[in-house]
Design a protein around this ligand. Structure first.
Ligand code: THU
Length: 137
């Protein structure tokens, strides 16, 4: 996987961010197991809670094209200090990956890389719904 390519695609997607309320553009690029890369930006709403983060925009684009497994995501928000994904996006990562690389960057040369377990430990994941210890309730 070419991390620089993924980061650069996130930087490019960031340019399309629709952020009239926060003025905080974010771009994301997600690599799926098909080898295809999907990009996304944050899209805000006058009803603030309807806002969609860049990460989820990219992932939902991929899933709606039939993709199901994330291998890696690159995220670029603030260009001075690294932006981490929000809690809702971390939960969505869990839905489509057990092992994936999370690359948070300010540029193609300044980035950090994490695992899902590192950024969302003690998670509730799809596999927890199959735990028979709850008696199927
Ligand atoms: N945002 C993202 O798109 N991704 C993140 O990782 C953090 C937050 C967006 C949501 C909102 O449009 C703006 O950043 C400020 O919270």
């Amino acid at each position: 996987m070419d991390k620089k390519e993924l980061i650069n695609m996130a930087i490019e997607a960031r340019k399309n961010a629709y952020v009239p309320y926060s003025n905080f553009p974010v771009g994301a690029a997600v690599l799926m197991d098909s080898g295809k890369i999907y990009t996304g930006c944050n899209v805000e709403s006058a009803s603030y809670g309807a806002t969609n983060c860049a990460e989820r925009t990219a992932i939902f684009k991929a899933v709606s094209e039939g993709e199901r497994k994330i291998l890696a995501i690159a995220i670029v928000g603030d260009l001075n200090s690294i932006t981490f994904p929000c809690g809702i996006c971390r939960q969505v990562f869990l839905e489509f990956a057990r092992e994936m690389k999370i690359i948070v960057a300010t540029s193609e040369t300044n980035y950090k890389e994490y695992t899902l377990d590192e950024i969302i430990p003690f998670s509730f994941a799809p596999s927890d719904l199959n735990d028979s210890s709850n008696g199927g309730k």
